[in-house]
Design a protein. Structure first.
Lengths: 131, 319
């Protein structure tokens, strides 16, 4: 499970972990029934306080993304994938909000922003085809 | 049946007894000549926590740590470690503390294997298997002389000695200072293993705030010998906010608003670092015709800088 903690990110570390695990599930890199690393293993790997991992797992459990089993493991829940997909859109929505706020600040109209998005998408697509 | 906790010892400790206090400093004051190095310092460390001690050079971090180690006697006030006076009972206290400073004081003429045997003699709780495992993990050659070690290897040797008797309290004074990222990783890893394995208590001072933010439960900030705050990291983060404002007209100076620790900006756009509820500041700014562009939490580093800023900027921005 690849998680990267960014020290420059203002998002709290536990939330960075929550968001990235949701991403991993949404993108299919973690699937239903898969076990997440034990708390101390992940704490040592990411070099963060074990309580931070506890908090991240608790948050994921409350969101229904993972379930805790009696044997103490934490597993991706059945509902996890579906929920994570919704979260992905929520994360994108936050990025779009930031973009729109900046566009407004620069007096760029929504139509122009939409046009620019399509334009950039075409350029990106063209580059991928070249690759 | 209760699910087994991965760090069960923490849960067990919390269930059986209320969290005890490992270190207590109450109203400790210390002068060096006319300089007041510690000024009415009250500072407690609950058992099982990782406390990051931050502050600028000369703020009093090392002086505070020396009082815990019993290396300095409090001129006024009271120091207790495990409920004992570290000056009156150095053996009782020091035998339970693992200590690593920026420049570990190790006998240079000794070889690593001799050093470990020598240190083992002082500590009844010395764990030879653990010491040997750490030595191998850190790549310390048994035949190498301490004086020939690089700064990084010397730090690793110091860390091995500090950890091998599995102390109840691990005290690290600027352990990462001047070390490369790989050695710093080893030190952080040791801190995390110490608490995850054994539920022990850690105090470490550092000016690498990103490291403090990664591993601490609690953070104490010291400035000019005074504790500015000492609280759970979560609470410190939750009670500080960064707000980006845009004003209707360009301003030569930021407005006087309560709760702002620091202003940055010019013209119409200003960024405030504020303590306390951001809503009050937000409303006050809106009354002045400002619009909130962005509101976000802060890195510990940014909070630290806001507090260690120029004196005139701290408080309510009177200028």
């Amino acid at each position: 499970m690849q998680i990267h903690i960014s020290e420059a990110d203002r998002v709290p570390i536990y939330l960075q972990i929550v968001n990235q695990i949701k991403y991993l599930i949404a993108s299919g890199q973690l699937t239903t029934g898969e076990e997440l690393p034990p708390i101390r293993v992940l704490a040592e790997k990411l070099l963060v306080n074990p309580n931070t991992i506890v908090r991240a797992y608790r948050e994921l459990e409350q969101a229904g993304v993972v379930v805790k089993r009696r044997t103490s493991g934490t597993y991706v829940s059945d509902a996890g994938s579906r929920l994570a997909r919704r979260d992905r859109l929520k994360i994108l929505a936050q990025r779009i909000d930031a973009l729109l706020a900046e566009a407004r600040q620069m007096n760029v109209a929504l139509d122009e922003v939409m046009e620019l998005i399509r334009e950039r998408d075409e350029i990106m697509h063209a580059h991928q085809v070249e690759d | 049946m209760m699910p087994t906790n991965r760090i069960g010892h923490l849960a067990r400790r919390n269930r059986s007894t209320p969290p005890e206090t490992v270190v207590e400093l109450d109203n400790v004051t210390r002068h060096f000549g006319t300089k007041r190095a510690l000024d009415q310092v009250t500072f407690h460390i609950p058992a099982g926590s990782v406390v990051g001690l931050v502050g600028e050079n000369g703020a009093g971090k090392t002086t505070l740590i020396k009082h815990i180690m019993g290396l300095l006697k409090a001129q006024s006030g009271r120091v207790r470690v495990f409920g004992l006076d570290p000056v009156a009972d150095p053996v009782g206290v020091l035998s339970r503390i693992g200590y690593l400073s920026e420049e570990p004081d190790l006998p240079g003429w000794m070889r690593i294997d001799e050093l470990l045997r020598y240190m083992a003699a002082f500590y009844p709780g010395w764990d030879h298997t653990y010491a040997d495992r750490l030595r191998r993990e850190f790549g310390l050659e048994p035949q190498a002389r301490v004086k020939d070690l690089s700064k990084g290897q010397r730090a690793r040797a110091g860390l091995t000695v500090a950890l091998a008797y599995r102390p109840e309290l691990l005290v690290l004074d600027e352990p990462s200072s001047g070390l490369d990222p790989i050695v710093r990783r080893d030190i952080l890893s040791a801190i995390i293993r110490t608490i995850a394995d054994e539920g022990r208590t850690v105090l470490f001072s550092s000016h690498l705030l990103a490291e403090v933010e990664r591993v601490s439960d609690r953070v104490a900030m010291i400035r000019s010998g005074q504790i500015l705050f000492c609280d759970a990291l979560d609470r410190i983060k939750a009670s500080h906010t960064r707000i980006v404002l845009t004003f209707a007209e360009p301003l030569a100076n930021p407005p006087a608003l309560g709760g702002v620790l620091r202003w940055d900006g010019n013209g119409r756009e200003w960024t405030a670092i504020c303590a306390g509820s951001p809503h009050r500041l937000q409303r006050a700014a809106e009354d002045l015709g400002a619009r909130v562009l962005e509101q976000s939490p802060l890195l510990l580093d940014e909070i630290f800088i806001a507090y260690s800023g120029i004196k005139g900027q701290v408080g309510c921005g009177e200028d």
